[in-house]
Design a protein around this ligand. Structure first.
Ligand code: UD1
Ligand code: UDP
Length: 382
């Protein structure tokens, strides 16, 4: 029997974290040939993940430029992928989520008449400009895709409402598969500073920020709010691994450098990051992935955005959408610091995004789609 040739294409840190367990799962199957192509939209932050999960790409387009634009990322990925696809002709290209790599890869596969599978399909904020450009990246990728791997039933419903009902599978999010392999009670951090924090007796806050729609005033508000919180709560520790985007680094340093209880550190390896999240008091972030991981670890999350495409944990009460106004951020954070009943209510662990079996389901569904399996996998149920 001919092997099914599956090529995964990804380019940024979160895509890599969520695709790595799928690479491992696909490679277990004798009747699948699994190839990995990275665009290199991110460089250092992508390579950190590849080495942590021991994934060696077969192709690397190395497209990243300092302060790159959406135009250059799209154009370089699109033309680079044409060559890779032409030379290798996969049966299907798997893309992930909502980055510009995701959309450009789906478009390139479509131009080359190669089937597209969309992992983490169907997330929607319903606002074209927020998150920007991710909402349109995922909508457009959904239009181009032949197979849709929706993490949750609500994500599948979003696709249904857009008329996409065929070949939609509910699998759970692969990030929970990743999380199950990284978090350990006896973990020792590679970033040694993190080994010296007193997690038992200090309220440790993990924060991250990077969204493009937050560039400008919203990002200034976020940083300035955290600076004020750090001054108000001198006993707390704020740990902030700063994204490599030059704009983010400049703004973080302007507001937060020199504050005694704010640790501005380099982006963490994924094992460090997940284990840090497991030990902190709470999380403040505009990240998508952290909104999925932190609830699974029982950590309250304040989302520093006006909307979310991940409403499940908001409904469960673990995540609060705070927005980007300084006063609102400070108020919500202080409530979590000072109101124990409120904190305990938000802290309860929920797992609406997955059960650690997403990659198995995706593989089974792929084989079924190509007539190589008897039945599709059972749907993930929260
Ligand atoms: C990208 C994705 C976003 C995702 C985020 C995860 C797009 C448009 N945005 O945003 O959806 O949430 O990744 O982090 O696809 N840089 C480095 N080294 C790195 C990574 C980034 O120097 O390893 C710098 C580069 O100067 C780059 C800038 O960061 O120009 C921004 O990177 P880019 O991929 O364009 O956008 P992100 O904000 O990271
Ligand atoms: N992450 C990491 N190191 C860091 C910051 C984040 O490993 O210093 C991980 C995090 O645990 C999550 C993913 O990166 O799995 C989220 O990436 P990011 O916030 O950059 O992107 P988003 O999820 O918003 O697209």
């Amino acid at each position: 029997m001919n092997k099914l040739k599956v090529m995964l294409v990804f380019g940024t840190r979160p895509e890599a974290i969520k695709m790595a367990p799928l690479v491992k799962e696909l490679k277990k199957h004798e009747n699948i040939e699994c190839l990995v192509c990275v665009t290199g939209q991110h460089r250092e932050m992508l390579d950190q993940v590849l080495s942590a999960f021991e994934v060696t790409p077969d192709f690397d387009l190395a497209i990243m430029e300092k302060s790159q634009t959406l135009y250059t990322v799209t154009a370089k990925a699109l033309t680079g992928l044409k060559e890779v696809f032409d030379r290798n002709r996969p049966d299907i290209v798997l893309v992930h989520g909502d980055t510009t790599t995701t959309f450009a890869s789906a478009l390139a596969a479509f131009y080359d008449k190669i089937k597209v599978g969309h992992v983490e399909a169907g997330l929607r904020s319903f606002d074209k400009n927020s998150p920007y450009p991710e909402e349109m990246n995922r909508v457009l990728t959904g239009r181009l895709a032949d197979i849709h791997f929706a993490p949750t039933a609500a994500n599948a419903d979003n696709l249904k409402n857009e008329g996409v009902t065929k070949d939609v599978y509910i699998t759970g999010n692969t990030v929970i598969d990743a999380l199950k392999t990284t978090v350990r009670d006896d973990y020792v951090f590679e970033c040694d500073e993190l080994n010296h924090i007193d997690y038992q007796n200090k309220k440790v806050v993990l924060m991250t920020a990077h969204r493009r729609e937050n560039y400008g005033l919203p990002m200034e508000n976020i940083m300035s709010a955290v600076a004020e919180l750090a001054q108000k709560k001198r006993d707390a520790v704020f740990v902030y691994p700063v994204h490599l985007s030059p704009y983010v680094r400049e703004t973080a340093s302007k507001y937060l450098s020199g504050l005694e209880n704010v640790m501005l550190i380099e982006p963490l390896g994924v094992f460090d990051m997940h284990n840090l999240m497991d030990r902190v008091y709470m999380v403040m972030t505009d990240s998508g992935g952290l909104q999925e991981e932190a609830p699974a670890l029982g950590k309250p999350v304040l989302v520093l955005r006006r909307e979310t495409e991940r409403p499940e944990a908001v409904a469960a009460g673990t995540v609060e959408i705070v927005g980007t106004e300084k006063r609102d951020i400070i108020e919500s954070a202080l409530r979590l610091f000072d109101d124990e009943a409120h904190y305990l209510k938000m802290k309860k662990a929920v797992n609406p995004y997955g059960d650690g079996e997403a990659c198995r389901r995706i593989c089974e569904n792929l084989l079924y789609y190509f007539g190589m399996g008897d039945k599709p996998a059972e749907s993930f149920k929260a």
